[in-house]
Design a protein around this ligand. Structure first.
Ligand code: ATP
Length: 776
């Protein structure tokens, strides 16, 4: 890659230091498999990443089954093929061949990574091979690199080999996940949240869901956890999962001994952080920081590899521009100007293919989509949503005035403005649409997730669908009562009942059928979108989870390869957003920039420093984690997780390892508490049996420190469960600090006073400004 800047590690740069810090290997996975010959290497290339960079590529891992490391050995690359085809005709054909009417328009963008293009370089790069070797050794691995360096491609390769390795046990042993639903489709996985069973956490208590019997069993059986687009997983999430896995698996190794395979580029989109407001309560989960800022990152001792060969683009000038753009600053701005000077002309789109339009904001996406819909022939069918509110936490003595006030507040809530599913919408046959909910996650290539795209093929009347649903439900119930009392059927009955109820409540009259790019054609039924508003109750909307998709937000296109794209550079608000948008296309010929704006380039100073360390083989650290704990100590600890799951006592029942047995035969939960903390821990083991306070003379339900039903609310963390969560020891300082928008260190008492104290900015760690004004 001929690129400039910090991470200018080219395949020919021998002097670069190793990025791979070798650590004692996990026991090598044992599998007797036929050994394979070495993968074909790109001649003359070598990896700069390890001290033995000059050695020829090692033989293919003996445990890796299947053919040698040719990524194209008859395997589909699901990421691309499931999403789109190499040209509009192919996409169109895909749709037609599955029964769409001939008049059905193609999915518009011509978006694709072409199979043919890849066939010309059908081998893994030496760096990709290096990653494979580390994986085979059972190491925890993190690989990163510019957009288009083949991270997801390599992951697919790793996954294929893990399938071979684990055979029948694969499903139970390997969790293939990504930070978002759409990213997960690229590797046929699920979201991390769904795989581990915590859902999208709103509070730290939500991690307690991982203690449910089925989730717990799943985590205990896991051997490998793969996470793609890890830049969008927060430090808090990473830390919480590490704690939970270690505790649930009753093993002290990081993540309880699960092998981690992480992939992503931190210069792309960061985690979506929540701003803490007092109404959220002290246990709000804020999703702060990059994973590499979490103490767990160090504990995991990841082998870090930088991929430097860009595959998506072959034009070295374009690669260089994108690399400068990635790192932001004045160089990045100049790079955008260079690109804009070439790419502002209208696109010449072959065979009438419509380019995908990318915008930062939903408002622009909606405008374009409405125009496209208007231009489409045929009858428009309205999709009216149904809104409602529910007052929560009603207590005796609440006056009606108080209730009215709360109701009004709920109706004014921003949820009704910002909900992904608009209140009013209309669609036509042939409209390009995108799914707004994860509907089916666990079915590989056939999964339907938030972000899945397709075309509306027809509309069906609501009464007809209701009667179908009733029939289906009756059949399922019959199976259930006739003895097949398997939990899957029970689940299906529940789902059918829920679908019927939603459909009945939804005010629309016709439901759309959508043919998705993975070939599935489904009726898309109404779903519930809701939000809990702390202290007030909840807001909800019942609506068909679809959105027009001729245009997409940049957040929805991370990970895609597009042939043709029109990108608007207006209103970029997130770090990495501009880079993600402009790096989707294969060539400058396929890119049109709609509005030139050099201010759009934003890159995180923290990320820049992280990559500097990576390149120089240094360990990254900053004080951000400690600062967050001081400002708002979210307590994501084994204790709060387990307590909130109601796992007290039941949590360990039937466990084979750890835990002490109480007189009554019920296993005491001390196994969770008794994990000595590793690496980063300043452990102070309490050895307690109570999940809530760590005390060993009572059960959690009798905990004197728990006056409220939420264990996290009653006391400061320094009193509660101190012995259970060693790595918070010394950094948490009770709830007094962190209420409201806490001042930077040294300015306790809130208020937004000027002149910050040490380490005030979350992003760069500097003390003279707030994160929102961070120049980086
Ligand atoms: N070894 C390889 N040989 C040929 N083509 C490759 C190779 N590795 C990746 N590619 C191709 O490069 C393109 C980009 O790959 P991929 O999408 O995996 O990159 P990425 O690093 O995950 O990008 P992003 O960071 O944007 O998600 C794809 O078309 C893929 O097929």
């Amino acid at each position: 890659m001929a690129s400039a800047g910090l991470i200018d590690l080219t395949e020919d740069s021998p002097a670069k230091p190793s990025l791979v810090t070798l650590s004692p290997a996990r026991p090598v996975l044992s599998r007797q498999a036929a050994s394979h010959s070495s993968p074909t290497q790109t001649s003359g290339t070598r990896s700069p990443l390890s001290p033995d960079a000059q050695r020829p590529a090692s033989p293919q891992p003996p445990w890796f089954g299947g053919p040698p490391l040719s990524p194209l050995s008859g395997q589909k690359r699901p990421r691309e093929e499931s999403l789109m085809s190499s040209d509009a005709d192919r996409v169109s054909d895909t749709f037609k061949s599955r029964g769409a009417s001939n008049s059905m328009p193609a999915v518009q963008d011509g978006a694709v990574a072409s199979t043919q293009a890849d066939a010309s370089s059908p081998v893994l790069s030496p760096q990709q091979v290096e990653v494979l070797e580390l994986v085979k050794q059972g190491r925890n691995v993190f690989f990163t690199g510019n957009a288009g360096t083949g991270k997801s491609f390599l992951l697919n390769r790793i996954i294929a080999d893990l399938k071979e390795l684990y055979g029948e046990d694969y499903q139970a042993s390997v969790a293939v996940t990504a930070a978002t639903g759409i990213a997960a489709t690229h590797i046929h996985g699920t979201t991390v949240h769904s795989a581990v069973g915590c859902g999208v956490p709103q509070t730290t208590q939500d991690f307690g869901r991982m203690w449910k019997a089925d989730k717990r069993a799943k985590i205990r059986a896991l051997k490998v956890l793969i996470v793609d687009e890890v830049s969008m997983i927060s430090a808090e999430m990473f830390e919480a999962l590490e704690t939970a896995c270690r505790t649930l698996r009753q093993r002290n190794d990081p993540y309880g001994g699960i092998q981690l395979i992480l992939s992503g580029d931190y210069f792309q989109l960061p985690p979506i952080e929540k701003r803490w407001v007092p109404a959220m309560g002290p246990d709000a989960f804020l999703n702060r920081g990059f994973t590499f800022q979490a103490p767990a990152w160090k504990r995991c001792n990841l082998q870090q590899i930088l991929l430097t060969k860009v595959f998506r683009q072959s034009d070295q000038q374009f690669v260089s521009i994108l690399d400068r753009l990635r790192q932001g600053g004045p160089q990045g701005q100049q790079a955008v100007q260079e690109l804009s000077s070439v790419c502002q002309r209208p696109l010449q789109s072959a065979s009438g293919v419509k380019p995908t339009q990318l915008f930062s904001r939903n408002a622009d996406v909606d405008r374009v989509n409405t125009e496209e819909l208007r231009a489409l022939q045929g009858e428009a069918v309205d999709m009216p949503g149904k809104d409602d509110v529910a007052i929560g936490g009603i207590e005796e003595g609440d006056s009606s005035g108080n209730m009215d006030y709360r109701r009004q507040q709920l109706w004014r809530h921003e949820f009704f403005r910002d909900c992904m599913a608009p209140k009013e919408g209309s669609f036509k046959v042939g409209a390009q649409v995108m799914l707004l909910k994860n509907l089916e996650l666990d079915c590989g290539e056939r999964m339907l997730v938030n972000g899945s795209r397709g075309v509306i093929t027809k509309f069906v009347g609501k009464p007809e669908l209701l009667s179908d649903l009733m029939k289906g439900r009756v059949q399922l119930s019959q199976q259930w009562t006739q003895g097949a009392r398997d939990s899957k059927i029970g689940e299906e009955v529940g789902k059918a009942e829920q679908a019927r109820s939603m459909l009945e409540q939804w005010p629309g009259t016709k439901v759309p059928y959508v043919r998705f790019l993975n070939g599935r054609e489904e009726a898309v039924l109404p779903e519930k979108f809701s939000v809990d508003v702390p202290g007030l109750g909840s807001c909800m909307r019942i609506q068909i989870p679809l959105k027009l998709a001729w245009a997409l937000t940049i957040h929805k296109c991370q990970g895609l390869t597009l042939d043709l794209a029109k990108v608007s550079l207006k209103n970029m608000f997130a770090e990495g957003q501009c880079y993600v948008a402009l790096s989707r296309v294969r060539s400058m010929e396929g890119l049109q920039i709609l509005d030139s704006n050099s201010d759009c380039v934003k890159a995180s100073a923290v990320v820049r420093r992280f990559y500097q360390c990576l390149v120089h083989g240094e360990e990254y650290s900053d004080g951000a984690w400690e600062l967050w704990q001081e400002k708002h100590p979210s307590e994501v600890t084994a204790a709060t997780m387990a307590a909130s799951s109601g796992a007290v006592g039941m949590g360990s029942q039937g466990d084979s390892a750890g835990g002490s047995q109480s007189a009554g035969g019920r296993r005491a939960p001390s196994s969770f508490a008794s994990q000595p903390q590793t690496a980063a821990g300043t452990a102070s083991k309490g050895g307690g049996d109570c999940f809530k306070c760590g005390g060993n003379d009572h059960w959690a339900r009798d905990c004197p420190g728990s006056s409220s039903s939420t264990p996290g609310n009653s006391q400061g963390p320094s009193q509660r469960g101190r012995g259970l969560h060693g790595y918070f020891a010394g950094v948490s300082n009770g709830r007094g600090v962190g209420r409201g928008r806490a001042a930077p260190q040294g300015q306790r008492g809130g208020g937004r006073a000027g002149g910050a104290g040490r380490g005030a900015c979350f992003k760069c760690g500097r003390g003279d400004h707030w994160a929102s004004n961070c120049p980086g």
